[in-house]
Design a protein around this ligand. Structure first.
Ligand code: LCS
Length: 397
């Protein structure tokens, strides 16, 4: 199938058939893993031409690899982006995307609720390189405008956010930021392109921790950046050439395999999460549940407008606070007490002491991450088994 023919197909069909189709050399239906660090040139002239950018071709896997390229073509199709760069991790994707645009002396604005690792990159590593990061609430348009007026080249957001499941209006933030000439980067990890396509809403760059729903099986660490060809060319040929956060061919293949089932997995993650969120919402020991699919979620209306589904992440708090949360996590039998998310297995963790322990107590309080919050990444087990496990553990909590 040609790329033009594929473009007319629906999301699920593109996921199954891939943007690369069968391997043209062998007919292999599963795209091959090109597990090679380097690629032979037919002649000295060809080598020199490929190095000089006069001819297309592979050189060395840090700079690109056919399995990586197959994944990049497919995810770019799904996010409706011009181009993509796959990276060794989600953190690699974030770092490369930012360094593609910013240098010492530049300023960026970042949403205050972010994955704990991203928060640390913005609080320590980027400032140590001379890049100023101001933490703001971009959902407050006055605050956003006030900061943009003082000059910022980039606005970085995560929606839904990790772990508070707060949403930000991508279209509105992009519109305001563009007036001031700032680019908008959206971390789309929680929603995936199946449920949210930020570039269509006006954002400039999308990043993912592909470790999560895109891989989907808890067996690889990876990331991806999506955007214009010009932006991705610089990310690949300048920044990642020097940083070297290249994805391995095998991990790129795991992502290609993960994409084949992305729509089916996301639908089941969402269906299970909705049932569990409703169950927790009525549980006498639970004081609060954050899930964008619940009508009680403050931004349920925005979720319906901006997303095609609500995803598999739930955060909740027990009336017994931190202690009760710990008892719950120590009492589950089917759920796994572990960080990460988006896996086929259900994972449970406590953000304040684990994924978001990079926030100081004051920062946690400012963004509304309480000590007792528990985060649940709802997996693909039978939903009744997950609820039974939560039920027996909640009795002890
Ligand atoms: N963005 C989001 C929203 C994330 O949740 C994570 C990791 C990253 C970026 C970084 O991606 P990585 O380098 O790990 O592929 N989130 C994790 C979490 O919540 N638990 O463990 C890792």
């Amino acid at each position: 199938m040609t790329p033009q023919e594929l473009k007319k197909m629906s999301f699920a069909t593109i996921c199954v058939h891939g943007a690369s189709g069968t391997d043209p050399q062998t007919g292999a239906v599963s795209f091959p893993i090109y597990q090679s660090s380097t690629f032979a040139f037919k002649s000295a002239k060809e080598g020199a031409d490929i190095f000089a950018g006069k001819k297309e071709g592979y050189i060395y896997t840090r700079l690109g690899n056919p399995t990586q390229a197959a994944f990049e073509r497919e995810i770019a199709f799904l996010e409706e982006a011009d181009a993509a760069l796959a990276t060794a991790s989600g953190m690699g994707a974030i770092t490369i995307a930012i360094l593609t645009m910013l240098k010492a002396g530049d300023k960026m604005l970042a949403a205050h609720t972010l994955y704990g690792g991203t928060h640390l990159l913005f609080k320590e590593t980027l400032p140590s390189l001379g890049i100023k990061v101001e933490s703001i609430n971009p959902g407050d348009s006055n605050e956003l405008v006030n900061h943009l007026e003082k000059g910022a080249k980039m606005v970085y957001i995560e929606t839904p956010s990790n772990p508070t499941l707060q949403l930000l209006d991508i279209a509105e933030i992009s519109q305001i930021s563009h007036k001031y000439g700032a680019l908008v980067i959206v971390d789309n990890t929680f929603a995936t392109p199946y449920y949210q396509r930020p570039l269509q809403l006006g954002a400039d760059i999308v990043i993912h921790s592909a470790t999560k729903y895109i891989g989907g099986h808890g067996d690889t660490i990876a990331g991806v950046i999506l955007g214009s060809k010009e932006f991705i060319d610089r990310s690949r040929n300048v920044i990642n050439r020097d940083i070297g956060a290249a994805i391995s061919p095998f991990n790129a293949w795991l992502l290609l395999r993960g994409l084949k089932t992305l729509p089916v997995r996301m639908e089941r993650h969402s269906e299970n999460a909705m049932r569990i969120a409703q169950y927790l919402n009525f549980h006498p020991k639970v004081s609060r549940v954050w899930y964008p699919g619940l009508r009680t979620h403050e931004q349920h209306e925005l979720a319906c407008r901006q997303m095609d589904g609500f995803g598999g992440m739930i955060t909740f708090e027990l009336k017994g606070g931190k202690k009760a949360g710990e008892i719950l996590m120590n009492s589950v039998k089917l759920l796994t007490l572990a960080v990460s998310l988006g896996d086929v297995d259900s994972l449970i963790e406590q953000p304040a002491t684990m994924t978001h322990s990079t926030y100081s107590p004051e920062e946690l309080a400012a963004v509304g991450i309480t000590e007792g919050m528990v985060r649940l990444s709802v997996g693909l087990e039978d939903v009744n088994d997950i609820i039974d496990d939560l039920s027996q553990a909640l009795k002890k909590a």
